[in-house]
Ligand binder design. Structure first.
Ligand code: ZN
Ligand code: CU
Length: 482
């Protein structure tokens, strides 16, 4: 790896401090100096008029297998993402054999290695790196499925002990915390006490408790309180995943949820994505785990054998299939048990409330169903926060937008020397045009890279040049620093 000086950029250093024009010198995988860098005769890049920021950290991804199946990770890195946190919503990468449902839902019949534990997974990613860095959460749902099955079991104290020791092992291997998905099978069957016990190793070794909480509708506030209580019982910092509220009668409650989070103190925070639609498996909608939907608001994103359904709502399909709207979800699920959907169910006001907070992190929650019509957040989340909500709507400065997707998550997840531009930090960098940056994907046509991303470096190696991926795969496994 070589030395490179990026000259004359507006440097947004990830801390939220005001940008200033300067040079950034990369030497190997680190930043050597920032400010006025003399001409050492080496290569340099004129970045006048562009913003140089730390690479974006996608705090909420489901790229556990995508980093192995699609290691160039274009749908993330072309939008400036240099690190993905995988293992959210209770669904972890390992053990692989306990994850059949999720793997098939997202990746169809694709072949994948059998990772027996997180050490295996990290060894695999070290040997076959992706273009982005990977940090992993252990998944409570995956672990519970392996120990107590997918159904509504009531685990014995010995089984709870087994789950907790699997979490310990995952943390020892380098996981950055544990996640839950309390609307999905089997996480939804777990009690508050069970989760606190299973998460307790996080309190001992460090890491976060990240939760897709039990209710994102009528009982949002109670569900936020449960997550906070689990964090307190386990002595673990809490990340409320994809903070949002669904259902017209609940609109506006995101600010109430933020008030609870603020009152709980600095160890409780959240991530969010900048769209009014969500996305998940159809199974969770039909089995009642996800509420506040109607056949008009549920749109098919991916299936195994019915590409002609992609992009169509359940209400629309009901006509063609000759079934009543109340039954169409079940009929479609029977034909396509692994279908994923986009759900139009949130308000713009609530999105703006979360986006305007520089301390609330950004997580795409993208589902990498590359053959279907996935939610456009998979590609556009970060550019949309900066371009649409920051520049066009004026809800954030560039510095604030960059902070919530770099310095802030690096701090929360304990990723040392990441998320900031300063001498000695790792050179994960994105160079973008502040006038041009914006997401381009739509719900109808989501497979589009954002505009305005001029360059991306991961661990000092350039991956994106003039809007093109050059094939480099310098990603590393990132483990929590003590
Ligand atoms: Zn979730
Ligand atoms: Cu998720």
């Amino acid at each position: 790896m070589a030395r490179l000086v990026i000259r004359g950029a507006l440097v947004a250093d990830g801390t939220g401090a005001p940008m200033s024009e300067g040079d950034v010198e990369i030497d190997g995988d680190r930043i050597r100096s920032v400010g006025q860098v003399g001409d050492g005769g080496g290569p340099s890049l004129d970045a006048t008029g562009l913003v140089l920021a730390p690479g974006f950290i996608d705090t909420h991804s489901h790229d556990d297998y995508a980093v192995a199946l699609h290691p160039d990770m274009q749908f993330k890195i072309m939008g400036g993402v240099t690190t993905v946190v995988v293992g959210n919503c209770g669904i972890g990468a390992a053990p692989r054999r306990w994850n059949e449902f999720f793997v098939r839902m997202v990746h169809g019949d694709a072949e994948l290695p059998e990772w027996k534990d997180f050490q295996d997974y990290f060894d695999y990613m070290d040997a076959s790196p992706a273009s982005v860095n990977v940090a992993a959460l252990a998944g409570h749902g995956t672990i519970r499925e392996g120990v107590a099955g997918r159904g509504p079991a009531d685990p014995s104290p010995a089984q709870i002990g087994e789950m907790s020791s699997l979490v310990s092992k995952a943390l020892e291997a380098g996981c950055v915390g544990v996640s839950t998905g309390l609307v999905y099978e089997p996480g939804r069957y777990a009690t508050t006490e069970e989760i606190a016990q299973v998460a307790s190793p996080v309190g001992e070794t460090g890491g976060v408790y990240a939760s897709h909480i039990r209710d994102e509708g009528d009982r949002l506030i109670e569900a936020v309180d449960e997550a906070i209580a689990i964090g307190q019982a386990a002595c673990a910092p809490v990340v409320i995943s994809h903070l949002k509220v669904a259902g017209n009668r609940n609109f506006g409650k995101v600010s109430d949820a933020l008030a609870r989070i603020d009152r709980a103190g600095p160890t409780v925070t959240a991530d969010h994505y900048p769209y009014t639609a969500g996305s998940t498996g159809l199974a969770a909608v039909v089995d009642g785990g996800i509420r506040n939907t109607s056949p008009e608001t549920v749109v098919i994103a991916s299936t195994k054998d019915h590409p002609e359904w992609h992009g169509r709502s359940l209400a629309d399909l009901a006509d063609g299939l000759g079934v009543v709207p109340s039954e169409v979800g079940g009929v479609v699920l029977e034909a396509e048990p692994n279908a994923t959907v986009v759900l139009h169910m949130m308000s713009e006001e609530d999105v703006r409330t979360a986006v305007a907070r520089p301390d609330i992190m950004v997580g795409s929650d993208g589902v990498p169903t590359l053959d279907g019509t996935p939610h456009p957040r998979l590609y556009g989340t970060f550019a949309r926060v900066i371009g649409r909500y920051g520049r066009d709507l004026g809800l954030l400065t560039i510095e604030q937008a960059v902070h919530k997707m770099t310095g802030r998550p690096a701090h929360v997840f304990g990723l040392a020397d990441r998320g900031v531009i300063r001498p000695g930090a790792i050179a994960d960098l994105v160079l973008f045009d502040p006038q041009e940056i914006v997401d381009l994907g739509t719900y109808e046509a989501p497979h589009r890279f954002p505009a305005g991303i001029h360059g991306v470096w991961v661990n000092g190696t350039r991956v994106v040049e003039q809007g093109t991926h050059n094939g480099a795969r310098p990603g590393q496994v990132l483990k929590r620093s003590a």
